[in-house]
Design a binder for this molecule. Structure first.
Ligand code: CA
Length: 431
């Protein structure tokens, strides 16, 4: 089935502001609470949210085999389970219905009142029930930078790194949508020069600029997903801020990897942009030397040209763009990550989320964490209000944005925005 929804010439009868991330060619999926306190699955064109549950009840999807309640749910998991053919049919139908040359809904004022919402009338929710969350570590530049700082500049990459997409299993329970504040965590810290840890609030809270992909049911336990098929099981992507406490991390991570330094919060953008919508922005992935083992070998362009930015807003100040990076820098592709994840027979479910790992580029202004931007505190980042930062401070807001653009077509993710709140008072931990 062709992706008619991607037709770059199509114009919607809904208004789309210039530079919007959400033209009619995007058609992302999300879950929102309406002005009537109803939870529904929806999409967005320009600054208008569209209630897909209401659209379906009014008969606008009658030609697509869908269960009656597929959109009247508090998560996209069942819709994602229906598979790529359904996602594609629904996106194509939405594109057709909101095309300026189509009058079916355009002239039904009573229906439009039920289906359409201004963004300030809705509240975005987590789009999926995330059963399992895995975080990779797939940017060569990021892994090299961290290896230089934490270990040995001469041998920054560990021996396995160029042979497999390194990852770990994270917690899904503390993944929250954009707008949810995050509290500075407590934990065990090892003061410089000391051999005994102390307990206290982290003083090195950091963001990690990542993207995450969301899967559909893909395999039975015991069966791998071949790398050539892996993209068929990827529904779409979100922006992902994987909050990290570097001091907790440094003390706890040996030998099993990150634990409490990561599980206090990760923030995502609420609209899932489908892999289908990103098709026009496919690009070659970086050359891989040594050659990967056969089960990780792939053909064709498997990366996506997605511009990424991080903004930091201090409590008394305006936004500072402190990083510009790109998803295409990733050494290991999503297809390779999913093939590797399942090569042992690990089962993947609908709504699972896979983080890319921090996405750093080659230049110093493209590093995707404060750890790298301020080089472990040695090169403070100057802000436009005269302050500097080595890590994120209380009441700072971190905003991540992502968008593709080419020949006048722009497909974006909106933003993930979250504010860091001060740590709880210390007496909360006294016994
Ligand atoms: Ca991470």
């Amino acid at each position: 089935m062709s992706i008619k929804a991607n037709d770059p010439a199509r114009i919607s009868w809904l208004p789309v502001p210039p530079q919007s991330d959400f033209p009619i060619q995007n058609i992302p999926f999300g879950v929102f609470l309406t002005r009537d306190d109803v939870i529904t699955i929806g999409t967005r064109i320009g600054d208008t949210a569209i209630d897909l549950g209401a659209l379906h009840q009014l008969g606008y999807f009658n030609d697509i085999p869908l269960t009656d309640d597929i959109f009247l749910q508090d998560s996209l998991n069942d819709f994602i389970s229906d598979g790529k053919k359904t996602w594609r049919s629904v996106r194509n139908r939405i594109a057709e219905l909101f095309d300026k040359d189509n009058g079916e809904l355009q002239h039904q004022d009573a229906h439009k009142k039920i289906i359409l919402f201004d963004l300030d009338e809705i509240e975005m929710q987590l789009p999926v029930h995330i059963g399992d969350y895995t975080d990779f570590y797939s940017s060569r530049e990021h892994a090299t930078n961290v290896g230089k700082m934490f270990r040995d500049p001469e041998n920054a990459l560990l021996p396995n790194w160029l042979h497999l997409p390194v990852g770990y299993h994270g917690r899904s329970s503390t993944i929250v949508p954009s707008g949810t504040p995050v509290r500075r965590p407590y934990g065990q810290l090892l003061p410089r020069g000391s051999e005994e840890p102390v307990f206290g609030p982290s003083t090195r809270v950091d963001f990690e600029l990542e993207m995450a992909f969301i899967t559909t049911d893909a395999n039975k336990m015991g069966e791998p997903i071949p790398v050539a098929e892996a993209e068929d099981y990827i529904f779409g992507l979100v922006l992902f801020n994987d909050w990290s406490a570097r001091d907790i991390q440094k003390w706890e991570y040996v030998p099993l990897g990150p634990f409490l330094a990561k599980s206090f919060a990760s923030s995502i953008s609420p609209w899932i942009v489908t892999l289908d919508a990103l098709e026009p922005f496919r690009v070659a992935s970086p050359d891989q030397h040594p050659q990967p083992l056969p089960y990780l070998k792939q053909d064709g362009p498997r990366s996506f040209d997605i511009h990424l930015e991080v903004g930091l807003i201090p409590e008394n100040g305006s936004e500072n763009t402190i990083c510009r990076s790109n998803f295409k820098h990733m050494y290991w592709t999503m297809a390779q990550q999913l093939a590797h994840h399942t090569v042992n027979g690990c089962k993947i479910n609908s709504g699972d989320m896979m983080g890319s790992g921090t996405i750093s580029g080659k230049t110093e202004d493209s590093f995707g964490s404060m750890l790298e931007l301020a080089w472990m505190g040695t090169k403070p980042v100057a802000l436009n209000n005269g302050e500097t930062r080595t890590f994120v401070e209380d009441m700072d807001t971190v905003v991540m944005r992502g968008f593709c653009h080419d020949n006048g077509l722009r497909i974006g993710f909106g933003e993930v925005r979250s504010q860091l709140l001060p740590a709880l008072p210390a007496d909360r931990f006294q016994r």
